[in-house]
Structure formats: C-alpha cells, structure tokens
Design a protein. Structure first.
Length: 403
C-alpha cells in the first residue's frame, strides 16, 4: 500500500506517527510538503524531518487567485508517486477542488483514493453558520477580537457553503474527535465514510522516556506547588492566564511556580507580564524542549499540567508522564483525554476565577494529584495511544480501498 500525505508542514510528532506507519504496518509513505515555511502552518510550529523513515517531497508554494497557499506541480508529482491513497489536509487545500475545478478532474486522473484529514475546528454545523459566527467561537492564534459585522458574517457563510461543496468529494474523512465527525456529517458526508482517530504523539517513545525519567535525578528542586505548561507561545494558548493565576494564588502557595516550555512570538510579552506582576521569580521559561527525556524530566517534577487556551498534543505528553490536567474546552480534542473528576478538571473558558479555583483545589489535595496522574497514565496505556490512532488510520485505508 502506497499512501501519500499532503500537508502544510511536518510537525515533529507527526513524523514519528508516519515512521510508525512504515515500521509497524509496512506501508510505503510519502509526504508532500512546502519547500519553505508555509503560510498555512502556525507560528512557532517545530518541524523535524531529520529522522524520517519515509520519502519526503518538497514543492514550492504559490498564492492562489483566492489568496490561499497551494503547491506548484502537485499533479505531475502525484502521477510520478502513483499513490493508492492520498491523505490531504482539508484547510486550505480542499478549496482548490471548488475554486479551481480543473484541478479536481486532473486529480481524479491519478486514480488514487482521497482521504480528507481534519479536526475540524472553527467549523459550524451546516445551517448554523451565522449563529456560530456571532457566538465568537471562531478565533485565530492571535485571538482576533475584531467586532463582528455583516462583511465577516458573509465571508464566513461563503466559506461554509464552499465546505458543503468540497467535503463530500473525499472518499473518506479522518477526524480527531467524535463531535468533529458529527459536524462533517452535517455537510452531507455519509457517516460510514467518517473515521475518528484521536491525535497522538509516539506514546511508545514517551512511555519509554518516563521509565528512564524515574531513574534519573530531578531536573529541578522538589516543589509540590509547581505547575507546568507546554506549547507554542501564541495568544490563543492563553499562557497569560496561567501567569495571572500564579499571581492570584501566591498568597495561598508562596512557593508556587509555573514552568513554561516552548517558544513563540508572545515570549517577550509574557516575560514582561511576569516581571510587571512582581512574580518573575515564580515563572520559569525554559524554551522549546523537543526530546522526550528532557520534556519528561520537567513534567515529572511538576504537579499539574495546565492549558489555558487552545490545546494540542501537550495534553497527551503530560498524561504519558502521569500528570493530572486542568484545561478548558477548546478545539474538542481534549474531551477524549480529560475526564472531569477522574484525571483532571475543566475550567470555564476565559474565566480567570474559574481557573484559579481549579488549580487551588487540586494543589490543596496532593493525594488527588497522585490519583488523577495515575488515571491519566492509564488512559494513555489502555485507550488513546499511537497504536489506537494507527489502527483507525488502517481502518480508513482499508475502507477506501475496498470501495
């Protein structure tokens, strides 16, 4: 089986997933990505192609007439690759099928099955675009708070209508969480074509790193009131809320400390916030950490994993190292991982007092911290891991080849 992924970049965690696809399932994997930093990928995303066990094809990007990025010479490249299956990210690439119809017919000549890979995020149920737009749920990495107006509403409705046209063109869909599948189905996609594969890092590697961490000295001094955040430092991660929580809770826990792991455009702003709040000594910025062992050592010496805004695979990472999680409902992927009162808690999105109360409640109960952490590890080992994700991909692959 030859599978070609068409993506805006190669995040370090997804390279490990593709490697596993090659080593564990014997799939011939090819990844097509932009030859330069894509406009379609988020700020501060770490890309890594150094250990790729699959074929990597890099193509120049160009800006289409409708203002989105696409690949030069993609059709000739696909003819050369001759894939059985093409797995393509939905946004913005599927726009090309509708706004450049000739491309879609040329793609059909490749004679490969097409799978749409999506979260989906910032996507309304069909028929509810205006309600969703004015709800303020559709946000960007910069937390765009521009006043909603009729022009924005019209643009959002047009995008929604385009989705209604292009989503049914795929032979199958792979989504990250259950409601995502329901959203896609509302656009006229038969439910039997929708597969749910919860996103995951290489949990085998992380669990092996956890075993090593337990044998090593602590990377930081013992502090039962240390909390940690891992992720790109962009506005929608809401690290500013975490810093504010440290300031608000310092009177209850004088030694409270927040470890911030990650790089991004908001780093200097966040450091200034900490200094201006008089808690610079309570906030430890350690930069980007991409090797599992070092990341695990920071997680191991922290009591709680905190996520103030939009999520990512950092929740999975933290759970691999037996950490309880406090987060808000964001893009939906967290719902499969964090269970209220079992391995963590949810605070009201954007509500500082709600976040503070959740942190305070958990830090005051070390036994619950330990129990919740053990439950996180159990979820990873038994339910959501690299193997469960790959099995879902294989089910989707087998479906499209059989139909």
């Amino acid at each position: 089986m030859r599978v070609c992924f068409v993506m805006a970049g190669l995040p370090h965690y997804f390279a490990l997933i593709l490697n596993k696809m090659v080593s564990d399932y014997g799939i011939e994997v090819i990844l097509v990505k932009p030859s330069q930093q894509s406009k379609a990928i988020g700020a501060g995303v770490k890309e890594d192609k150094s250990a790729a066990q699959f074929r990597l094809v890099e193509l120049p990007e160009y800006t289409t007439w409708y203002g989105k990025s696409f690949f030069e010479n993609l059709i000739p490249t696909l003819h050369e690759i001759k894939p059985d299956i093409i797995v393509m990210s939905a946004w913005p690439y599927f726009l090309q099928f509708i706004l450049n119809p000739l491309f879609y017919f040329r793609l059909k000549e490749v004679k490969a099955k097409l799978i749409c890979r999506d979260i989906p995020f910032n996507t309304a149920y069909w028929g509810k675009s205006q309600e969703y737009y004015y709800s303020g749920q559709n946000i960007t990495e910069d937390l765009d708070a521009a006043k909603k107006n009729w022009k924005g509403a019209l643009s959002f409705r047009v995008i929604t209508c385009l989705r209604r046209l292009y989503l049914p063109l795929a032979d199958a869909h792979i989504n990250y969480y259950n409601e995502g599948g329901e959203i896609i189905a509302s656009y006229g996609v038969p439910k039997e074509k929708i597969f749910i594969a919860a996103n995951s890092p290489d949990t085998d590697e992380l669990l092996a790193a956890y075993d090593q961490v337990l044998k090593q000295p602590d990377i930081l001094p013992v502090n039962p009131h240390r909390v940690i955040h891992v992720g790109r430092l962009v506005k929608w991660k809401r690290v500013d809320m975490l810093i504010q929580s440290v300031r608000d809770l310092k009177s209850f826990f004088p030694d409270i400390e927040l470890v911030v792991v990650g790089f991004g455009p908001e780093e200097e702003t966040l450091k200034k916030q900490a200094a201006d709040s008089g808690i610079a000594d309570n906030i430890r910025f350690v930069g980007g950490v991409y090797d599992s062992l070092t990341l695990g050592r920071y997680l191991h010496v922290s009591s709680i994993y905190l996520l103030g805004g939009m999520g990512g695979l950092s929740i999975n990472d933290a759970m691999c190292f037996a950490k309880p999680v406090i987060c808000a409902v964001a893009d939906g992927t967290e719902r499969r991982l964090v269970r209220e009162g079992y391995n963590g808690s949810y605070f009201e999105n954007g509500n500082q007092e709600s976040l503070n109360l959740k942190i305070k409640s958990l830090l005051e109960d070390p036994e619950k911290v330990k129990t919740f952490g053990a439950n996180s590890l159990k979820i990873i080992k038994e339910e959501i891991n690299i193997h469960s994700v790959l099995k879902e991909y294989m089910v989707a692959f087998q479906y499209v080849l059989a139909h």
